[in-house]
Design a protein around this ligand. Structure first.
Ligand code: CTP
Ligand code: MG
Length: 335
């Protein structure tokens, strides 16, 4: 077996940068898409305020963190006093309100880790997930959005990785692969680890933004306009970075020992987090620490079979970019 981790990127890799950038541009949501999303949010907001006049509506996830494509759904968090009612009761009531107001396919999903109401908008057909008081998601949405403003290569890389993951069938948490959120964190951590660095570690810098969520402080440096040149010394192109990303996850990352940690801008050891053995359903085979809910491993859904599938997919992707004549096509071939 060749020592593939020592392989260097093909010398003509840059010839694929224009094709990859064109693909990235085509994935960005259109103005029409954004205005449809806004309409959905407006009509939802009207429905909610009738029953809960003091509720605040926050957008989170890809419709607000700038990593949304033209296929992304709308994620909404309602911040409200629930009084003596449980979250489940509030969600069931919300589902009734939305049905009455003629939203389609309204369904309360109470048993999930984060319980939600899911529905779709009759006008645009968008699907929308609504959760209650999940302010960690609102905080991590802002964190991702702020990282995206530092160096444009993050958005480019993450769009291409998300697109690849969807087409290759490895963006399905209910089947043991990773969420879009996990892929974006992998991209951020990867760019934090480049030499020279392309992204800083905002949580290790002066705290200019502090939000307290259920007793946990979510704090970091958010004056990102001051960091516009941060990655300038690193001249790597998007084609090189995409190859290096897959190569890193195929051959460099130490799955047995390490946890990726955007919070520290580094990898840390599983030992340090006590993520060395299976606890309940958390297998900790591939470990991705949530930046704010640090006890939360976003890779916990990965099992023995899907970790193998993921690693094979990373290898395949690196090989396509390394060897094919038209990797912009073959990389994204549906599985
Ligand atoms: N989220 C989270 N913890 C998770 C999964 C998701 O806090 N384990 C929150 C994050 O704020 C994330 C949002 O839920 O941004 C939506 O998650 P996901 O659907 O994975 O990502 P999107 O960015 O919305 O991607 P897509 O474009 O595929 O909808
Ligand atoms: Mg989403």
């Amino acid at each position: 077996r060749m020592r593939r981790w020592q392989v260097e990127c093909r010398p003509d890799i840059d010839t694929f940068t224009p094709g990859l950038l064109a693909l990235y541009e085509s994935l960005k949501p259109s103005e029409e898409h954004k205005s449809n999303q806004q309409q959905l949010v407006d009509s939802l907001s009207k429905s909610v305020s009738k029953e809960w006049p003091n509720a605040q509506l926050h957008l989170y996830g890809s419709c607000a963190n700038s990593f949304g494509t033209s296929h992304s759904d709308v994620d909404v968090c309602l911040e409200m006093e629930t009084g003596s009612e449980s979250i489940a009761e509030v969600l069931l009531k919300l589902a009734d309100v939305l049905r009455t107001d003629n939203f389609d396919n309204v369904e309360a999903i109470i048993s999930a880790r984060v319980p939600i109401v899911r529905m779709s908008d009759p006008g645009s057909g968008f699907s929308c997930d609504i959760c209650i008081n999940n302010l960690f998601a609102v905080a991590n949405t802002k964190l991702l959005k702020d990282y995206a403003q530092i160096d444009q290569r993050l958005l480019q890389l993450a769009f291409l990785v998300k697109h690849w993951a969807k087409l290759r069938g490895v963006n399905e948490t209910y089947r043991g692969t990773l969420s879009s959120y996990a892929y974006v964190l992998m991209c951020i951590n990867f760019l934090q680890l480049r030499e020279p660095k392309i992204l800083p570690c905002l949580q290790a810098m002066e705290q200019t933004y502090i939000m307290n969520v259920d007793g946990t402080e979510c704090a970091y440096f958010d004056e990102v306009h001051q960091l516009q040149d941060f990655g300038a010394e690193n001249k790597e192109s998007i084609a090189e970075l995409l190859w290096a990303f897959f190569h890193y996850w195929a051959f460099h990352h130490d799955y047995r020992r390490d946890v990726i940690s955007v919070r520290t801008g580094n990898t840390i050891s599983k030992q340090e987090k006590n993520w060395t053995t299976r606890v309940g359903n958390d297998r900790h085979l591939m470990c991705i620490e949530d930046p704010f809910e640090t006890a939360h491993d976003l890779g916990r859904v990965v099992d023995r079979q899907t970790i193998r599938i993921l690693r094979e997919e990373f290898e395949r992707a690196a090989a396509k970019l390394q060897n094919d004549d038209d990797p912009c096509v073959t990389l994204f071939e549906p599985y």
